[in-house]
Design a protein around this ligand. Structure first.
Ligand code: DC
Length: 219
């Protein structure tokens, strides 16, 4: 059985949905690294009270040097001791997360935290650079992808179901922008590890993707 599973891919490919189910079926811990970048972005927004466009690297480093981020067994997210699981899911925080993720200081700090969290084994961790940077020795690496249209549709449905106002065209634009920013940044860009298994989920159901990962985990 594969003890450490890394799942990477662009926004909306289904990483967290699928990883949570796989974790539950295997009795593994699920670690959502995107939530950690989101928590940094939320703290920047709250502390500085400025718009994303005005965030400079210097300000981001200042906020991130004194931050406490924790994830519990139920994948709840805590920022400086306060639960922020829901607050980090807004479109504004999504944009901010992609910005703070470009900063080397933030990446180094979160990468260390993520490695420490994975050290006990029996984990499935999802993000953008898990197979390439955070856990290059993972026992199984998955790269999940889907078309931009399909990913925008999923995000649209997700936001609607959570009661947020959603505009499909706007979401598609934002996802494309985040794809570009996450894939083109200098440090640890979104990339498929050479030894990762590529799974295109555009035409697959959640259950089909879960089954495939479980099969690979048991192989
Ligand atoms: O997976 P997500 O949408 O919650 O991630 C939010 C942002 O964080 C995303 O735009 C890219 C960044 N991220 C990253 O750079 N590295 C990771 N391992 C996880 C997320």
């Amino acid at each position: 059985m594969k003890k450490i599973i890394a799942v990477d891919g662009p926004a909306g490919a289904g990483k967290s949905t699928v990883s949570k189910i796989v974790a539950a079926r295997l009795g593994y811990t699920y670690i959502d690294t995107g939530a950690m970048y989101r928590a940094v972005a939320l703290k920047c927004n709250e502390e500085l009270g400025i718009r994303n466009e005005e965030l400079t690297e210097e300000l981001i480093v200042k906020v991130a040097s004194d931050i406490d981020i924790r994830l519990d067994e139920a994948a709840r997210v805590f920022l400086d001791g306060r639960e922020v699981t829901k607050e980090i899911r807004t479109p504004e925080v999504s944009r901010g997360a992609s910005d703070v993720a470009k900063v080397g200081f933030v990446r180094k700090k979160l990468t260390e935290l993520q490695r420490a969290m994975a050290a006990q084994g029996s984990v499935i961790m999802d993000g953008r650079d898990i197979g390439t940077q955070v856990l290059p020795n993972a026992d199984l690496k998955i790269f999940l992808t889907a078309s931009v249209e399909e990913r925008a549709r999923r995000r649209f449905e997700e936001l609607k179901s959570k009661g947020f106002a959603a505009d499909f065209a706007q979401i598609q634009k934002e996802i494309s922008l985040r794809d570009k920013q996450d894939s083109e940044r200098e440090i640890a860009p979104l990339a498929k590890a050479e030894d990762a298994v590529l799974l295109d989920t555009t035409h697959l159901t959640i259950e089909q993707v879960v089954e495939e990962i479980l099969r690979l985990a048991q192989a």
